[in-house]
Design a protein around this ligand. Structure first.
Ligand code: BGC
Ligand code: NOJ
Length: 811
């Protein structure tokens, strides 16, 4: 069942009912200021950090779920309702929500009054605009009252929901000329305040929640709205809010536009006050002034649209399949940008309080956005590298505000360092910026201890070599990519985290996944050394990768597939000998990606086993069979009920590794089958099963052992976005940047006969037409560049042209 449709021309998903199976959200903002907004206007906004600078309140485990946001109420003689449906939940005559690139537009029509609200963050500003368009489509005059409503968060979101003995005494506001200023804590150490204003005289206001709602009322029944009268309340402690009241009269056919602005201001310390106790409002007033006209807002909206057109112009496919096109051209890169902005911090599943930036997450996310924002990718790589320790190990997470490693979680996830090499290489292949390798970067953020980025990469590589186990395979440490495979943890205390608890001392638990990664990344790293003329180092790295490959073939292969690990005792995990967890997806992906077993049939056997044991109608499960009980020697993976999360859920992040592996075997039909199964646009018709947004990937879809097989959880902030983008653009469609040009090597379903791709690469536009007259999956027979035939499928990037036309004939 569908709840809306894709409007590809406008790059929007259009939701036609407020009653989606779960709140379907979008993100506003792209630089310093961000908002999360659901299809019924729920959510919150923050400046830079969702924990320390949260402007508005949001309760994560609320009843009903998504209750709290930027709300409007319309009150007339008949009663009252919300044009975004929530929070009043009165039926509307027409409802529509358009989630677009960085904006959301919700329209609610009732009794011939049409209200369209555009929510957006203009480029370069730390404000949310709520543009309310009201139109009387009736033949009679309409008189009604409009109320706005937001609830302030007292900045630190964690304190805000835990520390009432303090917070109930500190809330403070000022009301000035219809604008409501939230200034809690400003009298002491905060130099920032927020404000909510409107470009229209107000007839009343409220800033105290109890006064506006009534002590015993919910958001769906504010006393002020029911009575049609604001209380003009001034908050003093308790729960500050901002609500404006505006009386409106519209003639038949008449339209009116109101612009509400919710903003964040930081004042220099010496400019904090304009009089004792009165905040300096100059900066806010300037913004209210700047966006007080429909024209200004319209232009800001067009600029935002143009900004996204630019970002999304780097890779455009035109195929016979509109679902594929909308994933590749719009929604997948859009989600990748969101993971760049948010990492894993704030979504409807991540509260913005807990995790910072993941070391491995951020490196992998980069694969998905490096071509859109190369300069920011460069900065991101250097930030990440700066948190690395001198022995090559890494903090598992770092804080976005301070960019320092997170002590609480520490290090010991032994895959972490290797991802840095992958990210750096992806960046150089996209940009040709080899200079980044010479950039001086601190270790552990200590400016007195620096090394070049290249040294950091060497240390990453050597970290694995310095931490090998009895089979010459990498020690897993706390965990590898699979955070929940905790082989040294043996936790019996329900109150401790699997990720941080004291591990038993042992150097036996080994990861075949890291081994595969090491070989894959080792070959890439050798390529980089070669390209920069360091032949000796290239040979050394390649030699180590070869040795690891041999060890994997010797000790890391079961009868028909790659093993997953050796546990604390040296016993096999992910083997046919095991009763549960016989086969895991991750090593099948990465070992084949590394080329292990391709020449001797082992790779093909492994991928056939994936198809046989892990494939379901909703994607590939992580392992099989699921663990039916908690196992001390396995850790968190066995703590999840069968079919969920890492315990045999469809953990979408790793499915593309299998897609890529399939393309290396030339099996384009399989690769695309796996792609289609989890790509959200293809799931739109089964939204009642999938439940989450049909325009973005979710981290997990319940596996075949789960009661609710096919149901997704944790949408938006997941490495799934980057890896699927990687799989579809570079390996299935097959346009891959290399150090000095593009490789074109598609691996597609046999019945695709033609694809066009526009790729902007290092400033040159490549128009690539791929034809498949013989119905093959892989193989390039002929390539012409600007009508000149050339040998091989490598397109060298030469500076002179600004547009190149490439024709590729497969066969
Ligand atoms: C989740 C993982 C996550 C880990 C670290 C676990 O509970 O299942 O997906 O990576 O926590 O936060
Ligand atoms: C989510 C984490 O963010 C990611 O780093 C990890 O690889 C997966 N969970 C799998 O456990």
């Amino acid at each position: 069942m569908k709840y809306g449709y894709f409007d590809d021309v406008n790059r929007e998903y259009v939701i036609q009912t407020p009653k989606t199976p779960y709140p379907w959200i979008n993100y506003l903002g792209g630089e310093d200021f961000f908002g999360l907004i659901s299809n019924t206007a729920g959510g919150y906004c923050f400046y830079k950090d969702a924990r320390f600078r949260r402007l508005t309140r949001y309760r994560y485990n609320n009843i009903p779920l998504d209750n709290g946001g930027r709300y409007f109420y319309i009150k007339d003689k008949e009663g009252y309702y919300s044009p975004t449906w929530m929070p009043v939940k009165k039926d509307l005559d027409r409802y529509e929500c358009r989630h677009g690139m960085g904006y959301t537009k919700i329209t609610g029509m009732k009794d011939h009054l049409e209200t369209e609200i555009l929510y957006m963050v203009p480029l370069g500003e730390s404000i949310e605009i709520h543009r309310v368009k009201l139109k009387n489509t009736d033949r009679v005059v309409k008189e009604f009252t409009l109320f706005s409503f937001i609830e302030f968060c007292l900045w630190n979101a964690y304190d805000d929901m835990t520390n009432y003995q303090r917070t109930y005494s500190i809330g403070a506001v000022e009301i000035d000329n219809g604008t409501i200023y939230h200034k809690t804590d400003y009298r002491e150490r905060r130099n920032h305040y927020s404000f909510y204003g409107v470009n229209h005289p107000v007839d009343g206001f409220d800033t105290d929640r109890d006064a506006f709602l009534g002590q015993f009322n919910g958001l769906h029944e504010p006393e002020a709205v029911i009575e049609g009268k604001s209380k003009n309340s001034v908050a003093s402690g308790w729960n500050p809010i901002a609500s404006h009241r505006i009386e409106i009269k519209l003639l038949p056919g008449e339209e009116k536009e109101l612009i509400f602005i919710l903003g964040y201001i930081e004042n220099p310390v010496e400019e904090k006050w304009c009089a004792k106790g009165i905040i300096n409002k100059k900066r806010a007033e300037r913004l209210l002034e700047k966006y007080n006209s429909s024209d200004a807002v319209h232009h800001a909206f067009l600029a935002l649209k143009e900004h996204w057109s630019q970002l999304l112009s780097k890779f455009i496919v035109q195929s016979h399949d509109e679902k594929l096109d909308r994933m590749v051209n719009i929604w997948n890169p859009y989600q990748c940008m969101t993971t760049f902005n948010m990492s894993r911090s704030a979504s409807y599943f991540e509260t913005g309080i807990g995790r910072g930036m993941g070391f491995r997450d951020s490196n992998q996310d980069l694969l998905g956005f490096v071509h859109q924002i190369p300069e920011k990718a460069r900065e991101r790589i250097l930030d990440i590298a700066a948190t690395q320790f001198e022995d090559g190990s890494a903090y598992h997470q770092y804080q976005p505000l301070t960019k320092k490693g997170n002590h609480e979680i520490g290090s010991g996830f032994n895959d972490d360092p290797l991802w840095l090499i992958l990210a750096a290489i992806a960046y150089i292949k996209e940009t040709g910026d080899f200079d980044i390798l010479d950039a001086q970067v601190p270790y552990n953020c200590d400016p007195n201890n620096m090394g070049s980025l290249l040294e950091h990469l060497e240390k990453s590589f050597d970290y694995t070599l310095n931490n090998l186990g009895p089979h010459g395979l990498p020690l897993i440490g706390r965990a590898d990519w699979n955070d929940c495979l905790n082989l040294n943890c043996f936790s019996v205390n329900p109150d401790e985290s699997f990720q941080t608890c004291e591990n038993q001392k042992g150097r036996r638990a080994e990861s075949i996944f890291i081994a595969g990664m090491f070989v894959y990344i080792g070959k890439e790293f050798a390529g980089l050394y070669k390209r920069i003329g360091k032949e000796d180092l290239a040979r050394r790295v390649l030699h180590e990768a070869e040795k690891m490959k041999d060890n994997v073939e010797k000790y890391g292969y079961d009868q028909e597939w790659f093993l997953r690990a050796y546990d604390f005792y040296g016993d096999k995990i992910g083997s046919a000998e095991n009763e549960e967890g016989k086969i895991f997806i991750e090593p099948q992906g990465f070992c084949v990606m590394a080329g292990i077993g391709i020449d001797n049939g082992k790779a093909q056997m492994a991928l056939d086993a994936v198809d046989k044991y892990l494939n379901t109608s909703y994607g590939l499960v992580l392992q099989h069979p699921a663990y039916s009980e908690y196992k001390l020697n396995l850790g968190e993976i066995s703590s999840y009920p069968p079919g969920y999360k890492e315990n045999a859920g469809i953990f979408c992040h790793n499915n593309p590794w299998i897609m890529i592996a399939e393309t290396l075997l030339g099996r384009g039909d399989k690769a695309f089958e796996y792609y289609r199964k989890i790509a959200p646009a293809y799931l739109e018709e089964i939204s009642e099963v999938h439940r989450l947004e049909p325009y973005v990937y979710a981290q997990m879809i319940a596996g075949k052992d789960a009661l609710r097989h096919g149901e997704a959880k944790n949408s938006w902030l997941t490495g799934t976005a980057a890896w699927n983008y990687e799989a579809i653009t570079k390996w299935i469609l097959g346009v891959r940047p290399d150090y000095d040009g593009l490789i074109i090597d598609p691996c597609i379903p046999k019945d695709w006969d033609h694809i066009n791709i526009k790729r902007i690469y290092r400033g040159v536009e490549y128009n690539i037409s791929i034809k498949n007259p013989e119905g093959v999956s892989k193989g390039v027979k002929k390539v012409t560049v600007d009508h000149k035939e050339q040998t091989g499928n490598f397109i060298e990037c030469l500076d002179e042209a600004s547009v190149r036309n490439i024709e590729v004939i497969m066969g």
